[in-house]
Design a protein around this ligand. Structure first.
Ligand code: NI
Length: 178
């Protein structure tokens, strides 16, 4: 089932998500719906708060040409280690019509659980490391626009308000939509 994706400035996107206490069939169903929603959007990652569920669950798939072959489903992910610095042009399914360069760690090591409750460890660099950090930010109630200069953020917020007022359709984003 394709779910509605909440858009900035929805307050759920600003609320830190709670850990999942028991991984059940309901969790697995939510994960499947999140994947379907992510592919339809399309985006390479989605966090549960973006579909209105304030729980620590994320899904990612960087390879839309072979959907599902390299899918990542994580419950209660925790970053154990980071290294280096990298700048990437990011967009977000919840931040319409805007991309910006964001500085993050270049490599991350993470622990989490999969949809069956098995522990998983992930080490990532490049775009996957960026996407994982972007999604974990969503779980902490943060958006990529919180990691850019105030000036750039204010320009975006003003433009967004204007487009809502005039009813103008947003344009396609240029960067990677996470
Ligand atoms: Ni996002």
């Amino acid at each position: 089932m394709i779910l509605d994706i909440l858009k900035f400035p929805d307050p759920v996107l600003r609320t830190p998500a709670l850990p999942v206490e028991a991984i059940t069939g309901e969790t697995a169903e939510l994960i499947e719906n999140m994947l379907e929603t992510m592919y339809a959007a399309p985006g390479i990652g989605l966090a549960a708060p973006q579909v209105g569920v304030s729980r620590r669950i994320i899904v990612l798939d960087l390879d839309h040409e072979n959907r599902g072959a390299n899918v990542i489903k994580l419950v209660n992910p925790v970053i154990r280690e980071t290294e280096g610095e990298a700048i990437f042009e990011e967009g977000c399914l919840s931040v319409v019509d805007f991309t910006a360069e964001v500085k993050r760690a270049e490599r991350v090591a993470m622990s989490a659980y999969d949809e069956n409750g098995e522990e998983v460890d992930i080490e990532a660099d490049g775009l996957l490391a960026v996407a994982l950090q972007h999604e974990i930010d969503h779980l902490d109630g943060k958006l990529f626009i919180d990691r850019i200069s105030r000036l750039k953020r204010d320009i975006y917020v003003r433009r967004l308000k204007k487009s809502i007022r005039t009813g103008k359709e947003p344009q396609e984003s240029r960067g990677v939509v996470i």
